[in-house]
Design a protein around this ligand. Structure first.
Ligand code: HAM
Length: 426
């Protein structure tokens, strides 16, 4: 019987995993410079966390969660996103009470959503995200936006666009909510069954509906920007000013809603404009959340963050033809000829590796020629050959595969010799 990986999941094999490692390292370094520290939270949580955190009326909670009962009869859910878990941890560990606020975290790890798989939409995907908790200074919104954009730019992407909106504070949202209900109510019967429910639960969601996207009432829907009170308007203005100061371009889209319920004020998405990127153009999204920490049992604390999937980032790099500087080659391959030499090679291989050099050898009992072929296929920069004669003379043959030069090197100094060769004497 053949058993394949579940739909919407993938194996990341060597050849690709080097790209993942490279990107993950670059993102971690970016976070170091912005002074965001890594947090690791569990991959599953109590279901209630996401129901309350992400929001009961969202597609994620209603249709996409991997929820199951554990053997103790508790309902648990594979995390569909990272923000709710980070906030849960922040509250549980009373991090809000520590000095040095705001708290700035980043995370990287698998998330799970039962969605219809297509290019850029997986059931298991890896999110990189950041959260800054404990400050409602619009300067930190600008910082998050800057980090989000730079995570693409520093990797070499050019066709990325920042789309920005403000969802306002509670008061502004309530005014907008009433306006939306008034606007859509006469069309209630024409809307899809989901939107009829959304109209009562969270009318903002109607603007995000894929089925009703072309309904004439959509275009004329009241814009949140017209309902922002003075505080929200001023907040949004300051975020934009700080972006201008940093020379960051953006586009305002008053219909940008986001698929999660916890946002106020700043909401944004980063889109790819690269040709051939695919039908889904969103690379990442995020925004400010003012009620979430309280919802999860903590004090009134505001936060802002964003998340991207590494899968979509790699798709964008491919679409723009960016080649990452990953080295899939091998530093040394050692060929042993004969029983005695094999023992000496096993010892030398071990010593070279401990000295920091990347080494491999044959494990299939191949003849000399086949071993050379293997070294070539592996892209080895050097091939070291040890036969019985060399062993007797206390030397080893070192071949530089780039130049073709060969040299006999004393066995007791080959480690230093290889170090020198590989670092170019640095
Ligand atoms: P989200 O918009 O649901 O926001 O997801 C953020 C990003 O995760 C998306 O833009 C996309 O790159 C990636 N993503 C989501 N679903 C999938 C999927 N099925 N397959 C591949 N990639 C996917 C959040 O998750 C929020 N927690 C972001 C945030 C952080 N807001 C504040 N802080």
């Amino acid at each position: 019987m053949n058993i394949n990986a579940p739909r919407g999941t993938q194996d990341i094999l060597p050849g690709t995993s080097e790209k993942w490692q490279y990107v993950e390292k670059q993102l971690a370094d970016l976070c170091r410079r912005y002074h965001y520290k890594e947090i690791r939270t569990p991959i599953f949580e109590h279901t209630e966390l996401f129901q309350r955190g992400v929001g009961d009326s969202t597609d994620i909670v209603q249709k996409e969660m991997y929820t199951f009962e554990d053997r103790g009869g508790r309902s648990v859910t594979l995390r569909p996103e990272g923000t709710a878990s980070v906030v849960r941890s922040y509250v549980q560990n009373k991090v809000y009470g520590l000095p040095n606020q705001p708290t700035k975290y980043y995370y990287m790890g698998p998330m799970f959503r039962y969605e219809r798989p297509q290019q850029g939409r997986m059931r298991q995907f890896v999110q990189f995200g950041i959260e800054a908790l404990g400050s409602d200074d619009p300067a930190i919104d600008a910082e998050v936006l800057s980090l989000a954009l730079n995570s693409y730019k520093e990797l070499g992407l050019q066709s990325v666009k920042l789309v920005l909106n403000s969802l306002g504070d509670q008061e502004s949202r309530e005014a907008h909510r009433q306006a939306l209900i008034k606007h859509f109510d006469p069309h209630r019967e024409e809307l899809c069954s989901d939107c009829q429910i959304r109209l009562d639960q969270n009318p903002l969601r109607v603007l995000d509906c894929k089925k009703d996207r072309d309904h004439p009432a959509m275009e004329a829907a009241p814009s949140i920007l017209e309902y922002l009170n003075d505080y929200s308007k001023d907040y949004f203005e300051r975020v934009k000013q700080y972006l201008d100061v940093m020379g960051i371009d953006y586009e305002i889209d008053p219909n940008l809603v986001r698929g999660l319920d916890y946002y106020n004020h700043t909401a944004f998405e980063i889109m790819s404009e690269a040709e051939g990127f695919g039908a889904i153009t969103t690379l990442s999204g995020g925004g400010r959340y003012t009620g979430l920490v309280k919802e999860v049992g903590g004090p009134e604390t505001s936060g802002i963050g964003f998340a991207m999937s590494i899968e979509r980032l790699l798709m964008a790099l491919e679409a723009e033809g960016v080649v990452l500087p990953v080295d899939e080659g091998l530093e040394c391959f050692i060929v042993a000829l004969g029983e005695q030499a094999e023992r000496a090679v096993i010892k030398l291989t071990d010593e070279l590796r401990r000295a920091g050099i990347q080494v491999d050898k044959d494990y299939l009992g191949k003849k000399m020629k086949a071993q050379f072929k293997a070294a070539d296929r592996l892209g080895s920069k050097y091939v070291l050959v040890l036969g019985e004669q060399e062993l007797e003379n206390g030397v080893i043959n070192v071949k530089d595969m780039t130049t073709g030069d060969q040299k006999e090197v004393a066995l007791d100094s080959v480690i230093d010799y290889m170090k020198e060769e590989l670092t170019g004497g640095e």
